[in-house]
Design a protein around this ligand. Structure first.
Ligand code: UDP
Length: 239
């Protein structure tokens, strides 16, 4: 039995890519993720996923090239929808049933709209719910969408997988070999020290609503399962 009944996993778009192989989505990586999700579902844990779009598009950098921010952000939201559909298809191959719920209205042949009752129904049936298009509004990020959805679906924990780092450090461990790893840290400390965990809107929202956040290295084998079991190295964030 796992401690958590319902979890929300934030997957960054950047993690999905394989820059060496010039792939926007690394299929092998997602297949490995699917294996972990299967193990978690087998332990009766309900899984919701919020997927980013940074592998395909980032609104803030597009703005620097002259595309108005709100327009650039809608393109970014559509990038998350593309990732969500790709995830769903790869999950299908791995025999995982999932549903894409989108915060932007698109034709229902592509994805269903996000409706809380629907999300709850699918989760209770053991289906993975993939939330696409972030919050549906520009000037937000999928970190904020994750915090928002974690609250809406009453997830027991928000799981934030990082590339190459096993939690939160007081400075970048790739640059500073003496960087200190936090086993636990508060949201206020993250904001005060300006640690790059999630954007500050998401951090403040998680703090104000008392979300439990686990930050772990998603690149490590079986790290989602291990983190949920309380094994391995990760950081716990609460108030
Ligand atoms: N985005 C948005 N509103 C949201 C979520 C995302 O406008 O609620 C846009 C924004 O342009 C962002 C892009 O979608 O840059 C991709 O999302 P994000 O950067 O959060 O993806 P990640 O960094 O996780 O890959």
């Amino acid at each position: 039995m796992m401690k958590y009944k319902r979890v929300l996993l934030k997957l960054s778009g950047e993690w999905l890519a394989n820059r060496e192989k010039k792939l926007s989505i690394d299929y092998e990586l997602v297949e490995a993720l699917a294996k972990q999700i299967k193990k978690i579902i087998a332990k009766n844990v309900q899984v919701a996923i919020v997927v980013g779009g940074g592998n395909l598009w980032r609104g803030a950098s597009a703005e620097k090239n002259g595309i108005p921010r709100s327009k650039a952000d809608y393109i970014g939201m559509m990038a998350t929808l593309m990732n969500a559909l790709a995830l769903q298809s790869i999950f299908e191959v791995s025999k995982i049933k999932s549903r894409v719920l989108s915060s932007l209205s698109v034709d229902q042949k592509i994805a269903e709209p996000f409706i809380l009752e629907k999300a709850n129904k699918y989760l209770e049936k053991g289906k993975v719910v993939i939330m696409a298009a972030g919050t549906g509004r520009p000037y937000f990020t999928t970190d904020t969408a994750s915090t928002l959805f974690a609250l809406e679906i009453k997830a027991d924990v928000l799981l934030l997988g990082k590339n190459e780092v096993d939690g939160i450090y007081d400075s970048d461990p790739k640059v500073n070999s003496k960087a200190k790893h936090y086993e636990t840290i508060s949201y206020n400390e993250i904001l005060k020290k300006q640690l790059k965990v999630m954007d500050s809107t998401a951090v403040a929202m998680a703090r104000d609503n008392n979300i439990k956040l686990l930050v772990f290295n998603i690149g490590e084998k079986d790290s989602i399962v291990k983190t949920l079991e309380g094994k391995g190295k990760f950081t716990i964030v609460n108030n």
